[in-house]
Design a protein around this ligand. Sequence first.
Ligand SMILES: C[S@@+](CC[C@H](N)C(=O)[O-])C[C@H]1O[C@@H](n2cnc3c(N)ncnc32)[C@H](O)[C@@H]1O
Length: 249
Amino acid sequence: MAETKPSSDEILQQEFNRWADAGEGATMERHHLDITGKTIRLMDLRPGERVLDLGCGSGWATRLLARLVTDGPEGFGQVVGIDVSDEMIRQARAASKDFENILYVWGSAQQIPWEENFFDKMLSVESFYYYPDQERALAELFRVMAPRGRMFILINLYKDNPYSLQWVDKLRVPVHVRSEAEYIELLKKHGFENVEPKRIPDDTPTPDDYQTKSFHSLEDLRAFKRMGALLLMGSKPDVRSKAPGHSIY
Ligand SMILES: C[S@@+](CC[C@H](N)C(=O)[O-])C[C@H]1O[C@@H](n2cnc3c(N)ncnc32)[C@H](O)[C@@H]1O
């Protein structure tokens, strides 16, 4: 019998389950905390808001978001973490038992398992360049964002930071390498407004005895951090998306 080829999402699931088993969730928290903290401050979160953490991994950023939106005049703020790796979702749930306002869902950015017009804010940390079809993910994000909802997509692998490109060959799954200008065009093409890029430098010090497995030298690593991650921001216009029915794609 002919073997069926795994789908792009299954390939991502297998790879990130491997990362989860290897304890990469905690490593990513250390590596992404500085730039994510700066991004969360820009999100201007209010109690009562509904937030999506897309590609949430082990859920450490989801928990930061959840603390900022708990109770408000509009009710109970909620955070939904979605990830294509079921093992990441398992770890995220296990670490979030004390939170009543977080829900983790196993699913893909290619078909976000959520209803239309829901999220006031969306954060995605170091995940967007893995999505096999970024255009489809943006169409899905447009659908699930509330009218005037704002997205914050943070990526540290992009064309304008040459130091980040060494990862392209090291990663075991395909990634997109686009420039800031190309991403801006893509977000606008998908109907987002107030599209704005911002560079987010990583200000954590790199000690002289730091062992880097990825970069050619500590100077490259320091230059990579100085140049920073790319934050892409954009808002859904004040429109409501229709429920797509059963045949979206
Ligand atoms: C580099 S990790 C970052 C995880 C987390 N945001 C963090 O900063 O620790 C990338 C995450 O994106 C998830 N991911 C990759 N492709 C995805 C997709 N198509 N849909 C949803 N999640 C995806 C992976 O499973 C992984 O957990």
